[in-house]
Design a binder for this molecule. Structure first.
Ligand SMILES: [Zn+2]
Length: 230
C-alpha cells in the first residue's frame, strides 16, 4: 500500500463507512473506555480491528516488532522501551481495561530474525537489541503443545506469546489488577495464511482454533467466570 492507496481508501471510508459511525465517533469524542489492551506485531498482515470486527473505542492497541513487551524490573520500571510500559500503566491503571491480549502471528519476521544468526542484524543494531526481549520465548517452547505441522518459526512465535504475557505480568499495575480479579491476560495467535485465530488454552497448554464451537465454549466459560466475580 502506498499513500495513493491510503487516500483512495480514506475517501471510500469517508463516503461509505463514516456516516454509519458518526454517532459512535460523537459519543467517544469526550473520552474512551476500551475493554481490551492489545499487543500485536507491527506486521502489515496483522489486522486486529479487522479480524475482531471491533469498533472505535473498543481496543487500546500497541503494535511492536514481534509483539514484544519489554519487562519491568522489580521496581516496576521497564528494562527497555518505555512505550509499552506507559501503555500498560495507562490502559490498566487509568482506563481500567478488563483484558490484556498478546497476539502473535505466523511467519513473523521478528521470530525468523530471532532464530537466525546475529550477523544478519549487523546493520540493524536497534532491531537486534529490541529482539533480545524475545529471548525468553525459547524457554517457553517446552510449555506449549504444538500442532505437529507447525514450523520452527511458528512454534517460537506461539511460545513468544507466553513469554510476552510473562513480561506484561511484571508490571505492578497488572499484578495488582489481576490479584483484585479485575484483569485477565490472554494469548492469541493469528495464522496470516488463512485468517484463522487461535486462543491459548492454559489447561491444554495449546493454541486452539477459534471456530464457532470453540468460540461458544469460550464465551460460555467467560460468562460463568465473570458471574462468579472472577
Ligand atoms: Zn511479526
Amino acid at each position: 500500500m502506498t499513500i495513493e492507496k491510503i487516500i483512495e481508501g480514506f475517501l471510500h471510508f469517508r463516503q461509505h463507512v463514516r456516516p454509519s459511525l458518526a454517532p459512535l465517533f460523537s459519543r467517544l469524542a469526550d473520552g474512551q473506555s476500551p475493554g481490551v489492551l492489545l499487543f500485536a506485531c507491527s506486521d502489515s498482515r496483522v489486522v486486529p480491528n479487522r479480524i475482531a470486527s471491533s469498533d472505535p473505542g473498543d481496543v487500546f492497541e500497541v503494535r511492536t516488532v514481534g509483539n514484544l513487551v519489554a519487562p519491568a524490573t522489580a521496581t516496576g520500571l521497564s528494562v527497555g522501551d518505555l512505550s509499552e510500559a506507559a501503555a500498560v500503566e495507562y490502559a490498566v491503571g487509568v482506563l481500567g481495561v478488563r483484558d490484556v491480549i498478546v497476539m502473535g502471528h505466523s511467519r513473523c519476521g521478528a521470530m525468523k530474525a530471532a532464530l537466525g544468526s546475529a550477523d544478519a542484524l549487523a546493520t540493524a543494531p536497534n532491531l537486534a537489541s529490541w529482539l533480545s526481549h524475545a529471548a525468553p520465548a525459547r524457554g517457553k517452547l517446552r510449555d506449549v503443545v504444538f500442532d505437529p505441522g507447525l514450523s520452527d518459526v511458528d512454534r517460537l512465535s506461539q511460545a513468544n506469546v507466553l513469554a510476552q504475557l510473562d513480561h506484561v505480568a511484571t508490571y505492578p499495575a497488572v499484578t495488582s489488577a489481576v490479584s483484585r480479579g479485575e484483569l485477565d491476560l490472554h494469548g492469541a495467535w493469528l495464522d496470516v495464511a488463512t485468517g484463522d485465530l487461535y486462543l491459548h488454552d492454559a489447561a491444554l497448554r495449546s493454541f486452539v482454533l477459534l471456530d464457532e464451537l470453540e468460540g461458544k465454549r469460550r464465551l460460555d466459560a467467560f460468562a460463568a467466570a465473570r458471574a462468579d466475580g472472577g
